[in-house]
Every structure is written in C-alpha cells, then in structure tokens.
Ligand binder design. Structure first.
Ligand SMILES: [Zn+2]
Length: 478
C-alpha cells in the first residue's frame, strides 16, 4: 500500500532548513495538476532538487566572446532580441506548425522591430505553445526576466533585457547563478575537432568531435589538417589520429559524435588489410568510392578513435534517437541505433559509452542496454524538452530497473545560453515528479531520496567525467 509521506517525515531526511513552499518555482507544479501525488511531498523534493547543482553534460554554446562581439553586428543572426529565444529547437515546432522559412528569417533578422516580429509569430506560437520546446522558452524568460509569457506588450522589454545582459561574465551568471549548473560540457558546432579559441574553465569544458576525422569522414583533407605532411597511407592516418588524441585528449572532457544524423551506427570491425587498397582510392578521389567502401573506411577510423579515447580515459558520447530539425528523420534508421551499437559495446568492454537523448523514442531499449552492459550509460540531455511527460516516466522506469550510477540527468543541448535555465527548470520539475511518484508508490524510501538526487544530478557525472584532469592539463600548458 502506498504510504503517505508527511511533512515531518520528509523534513527528517532533507533537513529542517527546507522551506515547504515552492520557493522559486512559482507554483510551477500545482497540486491540481497531479491529484494523485501529494503537493507537499513534491514541493519538498523540488526544494532539495533546486538547491542541488546539475552537471550539464551537453551544450552547443558558442564562445561567450563571440556572443559579445556579435551584439552589434548585423551580419550575424539571430539578432539580440526575443527572436533569439525561438531560434533553436522552438524554430522546428514553429515551422512544423506553419512558419515559413521566409518569415523565420525575418524573426531572427535585424530588420524588424520586436513588435513586428511578434505579429509574424503570434498565430503560429499559439498552435504549438503546448510543446516542451515552447514551454522551455517561457520557463527561460521566467527564470531570466520574471515574465510568464511573451506577448505583444512585453516583447520589446524582453528584447531589451536580453540584449543588455550580453556582456563579460554573462555565461557564468546564467549558468551558475540562475540555472544552478556546476559546469557545462560543450560540443561547439563551429569549432571542428576541438575548440582551441579559449581554455576550459571551472564553468565550461569541451568535447573532441570525431565526426569530421573518422565516423563521417568524406575527404582526407580533414585529417591532413592535423598531419605535418599529407597522408598517403592508412598507417599515416592512424598516426594522425593518435596525434590528435595526444594533442587534445588531456584537455577534452569526452568524445562526442553525432554521425547518427547521416549514417547507421553499425561500425563494423574492418581490418587494415581489408581497406588498404580502397584507402588509397579515398586519398586520391573519394568520389569514386562506392558508399559501402566509404563506410568501411569510416567504420575502421572510428574504431581507431575509440581505441585512442579509451587510452585517454575519455567517455564516448553518441547521439542516438530523435533528430533535431524538421521534415527529415529516417525513423527506421533511428529505430536501429541501439541494435547497431551492440557490436561496438561488446568489442570495447573497457570503453564508456554514453548514449544521448535517451534514444527517444526508443528509451525502453536504452534502459535494457544500461541494465545489461557494464559500459553503457544513459544521458537525458535534450530529452526533457522533446517529450517532458515520457522523459519523467523514463526516469522512474530507469531508476527501478538499471543501476542508478548509470544516468546523467541534464544537458540543455542549446546554442543560445539564454534557453538553458528554462530547460534546467523543466528537468528539475521532471526529476521532482519522478522521485515523488516513486516515493509515494513505495519503490524507494525517504531515506534514499537525498543521496539519489545528488547522485543523478551531479555525482555520476563527477565520477565518469574527469574535470580536474582537464583543468590540470591546461594549467600545465600541455
Ligand atoms: Zn546536441
């Protein structure tokens, strides 16, 4: 029988200093929306969760200096106004709901006033305001500017405030102070293999990307950039990959690869002798290779990267599941992502594989893999805004099925830093709902809750990703 957790019981485990009101979340979880779950219990848990910092395992933030430099640069979009808040993920739901590409360009341009931009998106926003992507916009303006929604009356003020806050230190303020994030792992889409324009810090560190040099390599020039002389043989390609890891491995927090957007994740065990001849062809004229020959080269080089990453103790983060964007997702390929990965998982038992985005909508298969394989971990980055309700259920199901040390519960996955606080609020709400339901249904006990919260919000990430090692590499000038 479900046991009611009363106020005194929960204060007993969480400490007497906790306030029983939903302090900063402004009735974000109202008792009326969850009639079966005690609102007091949720608010106690939410309070503890709000005080617990996330390690943010996945963002696409550009360098803060670029954002500052582009603040007055009409060549760069999105313009620093409220359109920025609709420029990532929300734009996909708006376009699926009828926003034309032409109108989208106006929304992020420097040419229109906020009021004129509002006229364009208001009717479309109304169609899709229910989704996680758009909820995240509202939660972000709540966290940043104290506004509940964007309307024709406040779109100018929000735009002004958004622009004014762009300045030195605004990433730290938004991530640390507003979103209560300890530090964020960044995979910068413009930086190629590794971001060298700035050092990692206690706030932001970087992934190595293996897309261009291995898993989706299309021409040798991508590897030649890292080689003293142009590559003529497979052996030289191997040495170049080793060199890349020697150079960036100590400074990187992980390897990130999103080749799932362009190919299957079946990386076969292709031997040197199987591809020596076609590799020469690849160097001379890659366009003459058959698709399966190019795939064999990519498979081979990606496995080489995994060997190197393992040597440097770098977890391999892989995009799995749902695609960003709209009107382009080969669902049968996405459906096979996890099945395709099993040979890699088995062939590299000492490598940590972090499978991102809960492989949505195939999250049950991910729970099964995490339960079955020692070296597979689940990352909930992005998933809270793709499908908040399913993601809450996923967390409940994961925690009663797979070991709790195998999950990372937050990554905003955003380019504009302004949208990270909203995503963090949604994630905290989801974690609070999942845990309070588990408590109320007696799947976990009160005494287990605080340590579990700590573990899934930051301890797991501290155990698997070695930020002190990264910071040491920079301080030694490696
Ligand atoms: Zn991403």
């Amino acid at each position: 029988m479900p046991k009611n957790i009363n106020r005194r019981d929960f204060i007993g485990i969480t400490g007497s200093t906790l306030s029983l009101s939903i302090a900063s979340n402004d009735n974000f979880i109202s008792p009326t929306t969850k009639p079966n779950t005690s609102s007091e219990l949720i608010s106690n848990i939410l309070n503890l969760i709000e005080k617990t910092p996330f390690v943010d395992t996945h963002e696409h933030l550009p360098p803060e200096n670029d954002r500052i430099a582009n603040k007055e640069n009409p060549e760069k979009t999105p313009a620093p106004d409220f359109g920025t808040l609709f420029s990532h993920y929300a734009d996909s739901d708006l376009k699926v709901s009828g926003l034309t590409n032409e109108d989208y360009k106006k929304l992020i341009s420097w040419d229109l006033s906020p009021k004129d931009k509002w006229k364009i998106i208001a009717p479309i926003y109304e169609r899709c305001r229910n989704t996680g992507y758009l909820l995240c916009v509202r939660e972000s303006i709540r966290a940043l500017f104290g506004e509940d929604d964007i309307t024709k009356n406040n779109c100018e003020t929000i735009s002004q405030k958004l622009k004014n806050q762009i300045g030195p230190g605004f990433y730290r303020k938004i991530l640390r102070e507003i979103a209560n994030i300890d530090y964020a792992q960044v995979n910068c889409l413009q930086s190629g293999t590794f971001r060298e324009s700035e050092p990692a810090s206690d706030l932001i560190c970087f992934d190595i990307s293996t897309v261009g040099i291995a898993s989706s390599i299309s021409k040798i020039a991508n590897l030649n950039k890292f080689s003293e002389k142009s590559i003529k043989s497979l052996k030289q390609a191997h040495e170049t990959i080793e060199h890349i890891f020697e150079r960036f491995g100590p400074k990187a927090i992980a390897v990130k690869d999103q080749s799932a957007y362009g190919r299957r994740l079946l990386y076969e065990n292709v031997k040197n002798e199987d591809i020596e001849t076609i590799f020469k062809q690849f160097i001379q004229k890659p366009s003459l290779l058959k698709p399966e020959e190019l795939k064999a080269i990519q498979d081979h080089l990606f496995r080489k990267c995994i060997e190197c990453a393992t040597e440097y103790k770098l977890p391999i983060k892989l995009h799995t599941g749902y695609y960003a964007g709209y009107n382009n997702m080969p669902l049968s390929r996405v459906r096979d992502n996890l099945c395709d990965l099993i040979p890699l998982i088995k062939d590299f038992p000492n490598t940590t594989f972090v499978l991102m985005h809960i492989s949505y909508p195939y999250q049950h298969e991910l729970i099964a893999l995490c339960k079955q394989y020692q070296n597979v971990y689940a990352d909930m980055c992005w998933s809270w805004i793709i499908d908040p309700a399913s993601t809450t259920r996923f967390l409940k199901e994961f925690l009663t099925t797979a070991p709790a040390h195998k999950i990372f519960t937050f990554g905003g996955d955003y380019i504009p830093v302004e949208l990270v606080p909203g995503h963090a609020r949604i994630a905290r709400r989801g974690i609070a709902l999942a845990l309070s339901q588990l408590l109320q249904d007696n799947w976990i006990t009160e005494s287990e809750a605080p340590a579990l919260i700590q573990r899934i919000m930051n301890r797991n990430a501290h155990e698997i990703f070695d930020l002190p090692r990264v910071l040491k590499a920079y301080s030694h000038g490696t």
